[in-house]
Design a protein around this ligand. Structure first.
Ligand code: ZN
Ligand code: ZN
Length: 386
């Protein structure tokens, strides 16, 4: 987790205080006596600040009843000066190398705390030692309780996602500058990575350039494969903005066929099918429908055309301070969508040994329907024509 002092209004102190109060409420609802949060996106969400996660224990304690407390290593205490923790009035305790950090943790827990809920990112060494520090303690996961808050984005968070979407769209609109036959995937990816930063991101988080058969592997990154005329190329890119909020956008391109030839008929057919499926899933987004119904909207289109066996992923994932978070658009997820939920819609068809096609936009649930965070066109784009 990077440390960013130039926080946006997305993390105003009153918003943080409200999140902490609601998290305490979630602790009560889920039967936890205290929720323990370690460095990472959850800490960032609740305190507007985080630090690197490592073997030294840093832990925010949010009791179901009572006030939050923060425990940090003494050597890192100065780094918390001037952070929202001060304005929030959260007391900071320290432990020093040579002391038992878990004894220090037990000292800031409510005396009668027995059920300790830990965030998804807490290293097992900290979670198990925290449990061992309290006689009779029971360990549970706080991830879903935290997701209840994080998956409902505020207007400031949606503005941050919109800025991320606009930045990554600008990169997608420049792909023809770099993608052409004769270059390797790695060369194209290096140019894209630079542009991701130039267009306003903190850093590139992932740069997938899946040309030809590599595109049939959804999480292929980039390789030394030389791109050939006529290749179908999946470009899936994103990263965190200075706000901490992520972009994530996929477009699939076709490299101009040799000598003015035609694009392979099946490439065009599969592309059009994915495009229709993606549009159908976006159109299905509105308050009151289930997450799995968004997946079904895309899957129905692809299955009807006989390509169901090649749509080997869920349709989407939530996005915010993490690139993958709740809610997931996947069969079996009955989560009812509400205004402010943000997630990707990214159906694909992956033909082993041949090529893949994926189109991905970030969508926010609006009061009456979908609000797109990405507006780069989805028409089939041919690049590298001479
Ligand atoms: Zn993606
Ligand atoms: Zn995605």
């Amino acid at each position: 987790m990077s440390i960013d002092q130039s926080r946006t209004a997305a993390d105003g102190v009153s918003a943080l205080a409200d999140r902490l109060a609601r998290l305490a409420g979630q602790a009560g609802v889920t039967g936890a006596d205290a929720i323990l949060i370690s460095p990472g996106p959850d800490l960032e969400y609740f305190l507007g600040h985080s630090v690197g996660s490592h073997e030294r224990l840093t832990c925010l304690v949010v009791p179901a009843a009572g006030e939050p407390a923060l425990l940090v290593p003494t050597l890192e205490r100065p780094g918390w000066d001037g952070t929202p923790v001060e304005s929030l009035g959260i007391p900071i305790s320290t432990w020093t190398d040579g002391e038992d950090p878990y004894r220090a943790l037990a000292a800031v827990l409510p005396p009668d705390a027995r059920v300790l809920a830990v965030d998804y990112h807490m290293p097992a060494v900290h979670a198990l030692n925290a449990q061992a520090s309290v006689t009779g303690a029971e360990l549970t996961l706080a991830g879903e309780a935290i997701a209840e808050l994080r998956m409902r984005k505020s207007n400031d968070e949606i503005a941050a996602l919109a800025a991320a979407g606009a930045a990554i769209d600008r990169v997608q609109l420049r792909i023809s500058e770099w993608l052409r036959a004769g270059r390797t995937e790695n060369q194209v990816a290096a140019d894209i990575a630079q542009a991701i930063v130039a267009e306003g991101h903190q850093r590139p988080d992932f740069v997938i350039v899946g040309s030809g058969p590599n595109g049939a592997s959804p999480h292929h990154e980039a390789s030394d494969r030389v791109i050939e005329p006529g290749d179908v190329v999946v470009i899936d890119i994103g990263g965190p903005m200075p706000s901490g909020y992520f972009s994530d956008c996929t477009r699939t391109y076709v490299v101009a066929p040799p000598d003015g030839g035609q694009i392979a008929a099946d490439a065009r057919e599969v592309y059009d099918l994915v495009r229709r499926a993606q549009a159908a899933a976006v159109a299905a987004v509105r308050p009151g429908v289930s997450a799995e119904s968004v997946d079904a909207a895309a899957r129905t289109v692809i299955e009807a055309a006989g390509f169901g066996n090649y749509f080997i992923t869920r349709t989407g994932h939530g996005i915010g301070l993490e690139v993958h978070e709740h809610p997931y658009m996947v069969v079996g997820n009955k989560q009812v969508l509400e205004p402010g939920m943000a997630f990707s819609v990214e159906p694909g068809i992956y033909l082993p040994g041949r090529f893949g096609v994926r189109i991905e936009d970030i969508v926010v649930v609006g009061d009456h329907g979908p609000v797109l965070m990405n507006t780069a066109p989805t028409e089939l784009t041919i690049v590298g024509a001479s």
